[in-house]
Design a protein around this ligand. Sequence first.
Ligand code: F0G
Length: 452
Amino acid sequence: MGANDSIFLGAHEAPGVQSVQRCDACGHDLPELDASPACPQCGGLLAIIHRAPADSMGAPASPAALQHAFMQHCCARPAGHASGVWRFESLVMPTAGAAITSHPEGNTPLLARARVSAWAGCEGLLLKHEGYNPTGSFKDRGMTVGTTQAVRTHATAVACASTGNTSAALASYAAQAGIPGLVFVPAGKVALGKMAQTLAYGATTLLVRGDFDECLRLVQQASKELGIYLLNSINPWRVEGQKTIVLEILQQLGWTVPDFIVLPAGNLGNTAAFGKALREAKALGLIAKMPRLVSVQAAGAAPFAKAFRDGFRERHRVQAETIATAIRIGDPASWDRAVRAIRDSDGLVLSVTDDEIIDAKVQIDAAGVGCEPASAASVAGVKQLVRDGVIRSGDRVVAVLTGHVLKDPGMLVELHQQRDDFAHANRPVEIDASVQAVADVIARRSASRERA
Ligand code: F0G
């Protein structure tokens, strides 16, 4: 455990202050409007510690009052409060006020799809589809809060390293806020949809000759030396925004707790955010117990899964390689926080192979839902846990789909049009402009379906 194990500010701590930034390692506090990317005393990661929400008399807000307030925000105006992030503002950034930069975002669905449940062997499986966010991934939830902080601190530019989704979200929100955006991505390793978005929204895009881990080191150094506000997931406000994935799941389930929440893991920012959300929700009485968190890594990028197997005795780093480019990360930044999230929730960390990721993606896509490759790791992880007897029939499981199917069109075109060994290939058919040609194709397809 680090120096910062507090969940909320104590009654006698920092009177009159709503939120502070506190160093995970040494416990040093910074005011909420300080723009330092890390602790100026020891270099540790900063976390936001809020004062627990209170009622109008200053007494701690009851769980029922909090739930009522979240619900009222759902249909509130301006749109900032109807956002699936900002309706939880008392637990995210209570003092944001007019600075809020919101599309809005969040309000993503929990989907039940029989085909995916049957394939995974888990009847109670629900898919929390974060691909429904405005730029097509969960990153919008952290970015609306991070950008709001950039506005509040009068940042002159914002920057991130990214495997593609963070850069697309940063580019979009920076454009909305009118702040120049700078993104560092690994050259040749970003999926087409993400690159196209980043360029379209107008961020300055640096294709770094190196992997994501090198991009992250570079952006940290550059932002320090050039005074640019850093919006990677180590930014504590991004974590606050990403907590709302969990809060929204709990709200959608009527504040009942699923048995498992399963998510893909790369840099571990989301695992850390989920752990923080659950700790806070439990401390406030919003939930009676924690669901078990399951972080799923791609086998070629699985340092956290390896460490989990040895009881987190040491921190591992690997040279990452996987088809799921979003989680092609070998040296995750939010390591200690993610360890805490897994320990606090009696959680698990798994790895799944690229073939298992593709198999899961095929099922999610063919159910008409679709997701990007990294997202399918969560459903592949559910199948593994069912096979191992950890998830039992009757368990309620939420698998998070982190990104939209159109994020990685290059991979889909390759699978369906170019690869000869892909059993589920759905090849387009070029025809002459005649009804006979259409009828021939229909006849051939129904014959092959009967054979199958
Ligand atoms: N799924 C998708 C679609 C992602 O883009 C990411 C991370 C993750 C899962 C893993 O989340 O890093 O919090 O463990 N993408 C980052 C990016 C690294 O730059 O877009 P994590």
